[in-house]
Ligand binder design. Structure first.
Ligand code: F6P
Length: 354
């Protein structure tokens, strides 16, 4: 077997561990593995398709980023050209795939990459998808690798902001990524005992947020930490879009600053806002994500061996199973409002903005 692997969309800690697992597991079966650089772009770049050997991937398990590079505006079905047009180059990708003599492709990506992969699978490419995203919003899998590392990073940042907020008697609003889901905000907020956590699943009422802050002041706890998911929005408002660009998803960002301004205006408490942004995608994957990523990678090779094409590797603890790619993208996996994490936050007295 000659298999190809690419990584697409935003980077997430653990991508390199998946690559290493795929190379090691495949080599042990006598297969060869090739890395395609930057999503599907490598098919068209000189040196964009490189053999990967165990020797070459030694020591990459703990590394953040991806040795293959990645893009989040490389959709071959809607490819943005330099002169501002959008063209479909999917047929060329399929042709290149077969010309290279590949037998299978492993696509490591989030929901956007899965949508692309599904279409390529329909065009006949034998492929297997591995879910990746710090947002943890891919459906049909218990958890994606990268998520727990992002939560860990966010938690450490919140821990560092606590003494600062307390020393200055301030409200600090911290924005975290997560796109349309509040997994990172809620998990890190609970872990770091935030006072307020705002997530897209619960449109917030600023009055409730201010009430919570005032209650803290009255109780003598004259500081507050608010964790704000980038996709959070007020009851009668909308998500804050930072930028809209051709051929890519809208970029969210700026809601923490909006919340901070409202809090300061309504309560008179000194308030600061900051965004952790791409910090959450960086750093070494924590052990949990390394193990998870290695399991996803070895399972992807097993999926190819079993001929489970058009499938995603799905974590159904304690096992990795194979499910149709469409299961992963039918809907995004949002934080369940009746789930334990929400219950825990509420019962701890954390304000969720409602
Ligand atoms: O999907 C991962 C993610 O980091 C989201 O949390 C965030 O909204 C988006 O990617 C940011 O993308 P970009 O890398 O284009 O800024």
């Amino acid at each position: 077997m000659k298999i190809a692997i690419n990584t697409g969309g935003g980077d997430a800690p653990g991508l390199n561990a998946v690559i290493r697992a795929v190379v090691n597991a495949a080599e042990r079966k006598g297969w060869s593995v090739y890395g395609i650089r930057e999503g599907y772009n490598g098919f068209f770049q000189p040196g964009g398709i490189r053999p990967l050997t165990t020797e070459m991937v030694r020591g990459i398990t703990p590394l953040g980023g991806t040795i293959l590079g990645t893009v989040n505006r490389g959709n071959p079905f809607e490819y943005p050209t330099e002169d501002g047009r959008v063209v479909d180059i999917s047929e060329q990708v399929v042709r290149k795939f077969w010309e290279q003599g590949f037998d299978a492709l492993i696509v490591v990506g989030g929901d956007g990459s899965f949508r692309i992969a599904k279409r390529f699978a329909e065009m006949g490419i034998p492929l297997v998808a591995v879910p990746k995203t710090i947002d943890n919003d891919v459906n049909a899998t218990h958890v994606t690798f990268g998520f727990q590392t992002a939560v860990q990073t966010a938690t450490e940042c919140l821990d560092k902001l606590h003494p600062h907020a307390e020393a200055h008697r301030r409200v600090v609003c911290v924005e975290v990524m997560g796109r349309y889901c509040g997994w990172i905000a809620l998990s890190a907020g609970v872990a770091a005992t935030a006072d307020v956590i705002l997530i897209p699943e619960i449109p917030y009422d600023i009055e409730k947020v201010c009430e919570k802050i005032e209650a803290r002041w009255r109780a003598g706890r004259r500081f507050a930490i608010c964790v704000v998911a980038e996709g959070a929005y007020p009851k009668e408002g909308q998500m804050v879009v930072l930028k809209e660009e051709l051929g890519r998803e809208v970029r969210l960002g700026g809601i923490a600053a909006v919340v901070a301004e409202e809090i300061e205006k309504r309560t008179g408490r000194e308030t600061r806002a900051l965004s952790l942004g791409h910090l959450l995608r960086g750093g070494h994957p924590i052990a949990y994500d390394r193990v998870l990523a290695l399991e996803y990678g070895t399972a992807a090779v097993r999926a190819i061996e079993e001929g489970a094409f058009g499938c995603m590797v799905s974590y159904d603890p304690p096992n990795m199973v194979f499910r149709p790619i469409e299961d992963g993208i039918r809907e995004i996996k949002r934080v369940p409002l009746d789930g334990e994490l929400i219950r825990c936050a509420r019962e701890m007295g954390i304000c969720l903005g409602d």
